[in-house]
Design a protein around this ligand. Structure first.
Ligand code: ATP
Length: 244
């Protein structure tokens, strides 16, 4: 479903990604871990081209962008539609209700029929446990509820892949579980997911593969039981000792 080859990204002189190769099968959950500044967010943003890679080839669901050539904005927009992104800060429209937030993408970007979009949005909000809050504005919702609206909004675009960038990092500890539960349910349904998170329990329970990044490279990857129980690389061991 996802394949990345030789992905590099530089900001001026700073090379943040130094040649990443990655592949994710349909229905798999990959969790990316690593120290602050290792390039995890940049990797996710290169996957949906919120940041244009400096070089490399990115494929999702049969569409391929090769950054050794010039890639047009139209190609990028079309490519991006395959991915749904959930951010640490929920980024909801503050003046729109939960329902309106979820309806916005299909209405404005996909130009779908309003009534059909309303039904779909209501069903998705019910699925994330917010069927009773559809007319609430973001300021009337807890952080966990806002983040679940964020997930619903991404799902409404019917993406092939969901990308999560530290989706629970801004939440009070007691609200983390409700968001992780929605993510676990999605994984069970077979959604292909790439998740940057510090929630090691989620990684252990849900990930098919864990990727440890440091300094712009993938240091080690493997099944969670291997990475967490018997990491091979010294740098992975050090990182895990620090956070556990
Ligand atoms: P964290 O866990 O703290 O979020 P991260 O692993 O996600 O870190 P990135 O956010 O990808 O790391 O950042 C990697 C490096 O790239 C950092 O040194 C950061 O300062 C730099 N960087 C990220 N975005 C930009 C930008 N738009 N312009 C310049 N430098 C950037």
């Amino acid at each position: 479903m996802i394949s990345i080859e030789g992905l590099t990204k530089s900001f001026d002189q700073l090379e943040v990604l130094k040649g990443i190769d990655l592949s994710v099968e349909k229905g798999q959950v990959v969790v990316v871990i690593g120290p602050s500044g290792s390039g995890k967010t940049t990797l996710l943003r290169c996957l949906n081209i919120l940041e244009a890679p400096t070089s490399g080839v990115v494929s999702i669901g049969g569409k391929t962008l090769d950054f050794s050539h010039r890639v047009s904005n139209r190609e990028i927009a079309e490519f991006r539609r395959q991915t749904g992104m959930v951010f640490q800060s929920y980024n909801l429209f503050p003046h729109k209700t939960a329902l309106e937030n979820v309806m916005e993408g299909p209405l404005v970007v996909k130009k779908e029929d309003r009534e059909a979009v309303r039904k779909k949005a209501e069903a998705i909000l019910a699925k994330v446990g917010l069927g009773y809050k559809i007319d609430y504005y973001p300021f009337q919702l807890s952080g966990g509820q806002q983040q679940r609206v964020g997930i619903a909004r991404a799902l409404a675009m019917e993406p092939n892949v969901m990308l999560f960038d530290e989706p629970t990092s801004a939440l009070d500890p007691e609200l983390v579980g409700e968001v992780l539960k929605v993510m676990k349910d999605l994984a069970k349904e077979g959604m292909t997911m790439v998740v940057v998170t510090h929630e090691m329990r989620f990684a252990k329970e849900v990930a098919n593969e864990v990727i440890f990044m440091e300094d712009g490279v993938v240091v080690e990857k493997g099944k969670p039981e291997q990475i967490f129980v018997a990491p091979k690389e010294e740098r992975t061991k050090q990182f895990l000792r620090m956070i556990q």
